[in-house]
Design a protein around this ligand. Structure first.
Ligand code: SAM
Length: 191
């Protein structure tokens, strides 16, 4: 088990074949490919700020006869492409492009803006996953700002689930899930 396996398995259980999915960080396209394979009759849109990432993603999809809409823009602008409550799943995979420029990586300010906008775009009952990579060249700044911010999300609207690898060392990436509640005031016991 690692962060990516956990994310893929949770998302597979949560969506149906015709769901609408957003990959907020296309990178080398592995998550975009995963979403395309999962959502046979749905739609997949992937964002990245680097043309190199989108070219890699396009190549991977083409090789596998899959289709997605690839957008060369920051995920912080995703509200320009999606209306409120229109997506079932939004995936973020933080950090830098594997085998790319390690100086270009996700930053808290734009990640937070994208999460805020993404939560509005998410349908009720939808799921957002955030695979948090930190340490190494991308440092700790984004993770250290992100975790306290996630704790501020309104629990009447969202469930935030942080998964930790309690006995792993060396900064293992970990997944966070945000589920948008079906109803604004869920009839669940609050602890
Ligand atoms: C860890 S990689 C993503 C890995 C990818 N999901 C995969 O399967 O290969 C992170 C990506 O986020 C991109 N990125 C950084 N800031 C971004 C932003 N503001 N908007 C969109 N993408 C961004 C980087 O260019 C990089 O390609």
């Amino acid at each position: 088990m690692n962060a990516l396996n956990i994310v893929h398995s949770a998302i597979s259980r949560h969506v149906s074949e015709n769901s609408v999915a957003i990959d907020a960080t296309a990178g080398r396209g592995y998550d975009t490919k995963f979403l395309c394979e999962l959502l046979k009759s749905g739609s997949v849109t992937a964002f990245d700020i680097q043309q190199e990432a989108l070219d890699s993603t396009a190549e991977l999809l083409e090789k596998n006869h899959l289709n997605a809409t690839l957008i060369h823009d920051s995920h912080a602008n995703m509200d320009a492409y999606f209306p409120p409550e229109s997506a079932d799943v939004i995936m973020f995979n933080l950090g830098y492009l594997p085998h790319g420029d390690h100086k270009i990586f996700t930053r808290f300010d734009s990640t937070k803006e994208a999460i805020d906008k993404g939560l509005k775009i998410l349908k009720r009952g939808g799921i957002m996953s955030i695979c948090v990579y930190y340490g190494g060249d991308s440092g700790y700044e984004e993770k250290d700002a992100l975790l306290p911010y996630l704790k501020t999300l309104d629990c009447d609207l969202y469930q935030v689930i942080e998964v930790t690898f309690a006995n792993w060392t060396n900064d293992p990436p970990f997944p966070v899930f945000i589920i948008k509640n079906q109803y604004e005031k869920p009839h669940v016991k609050r602890y």
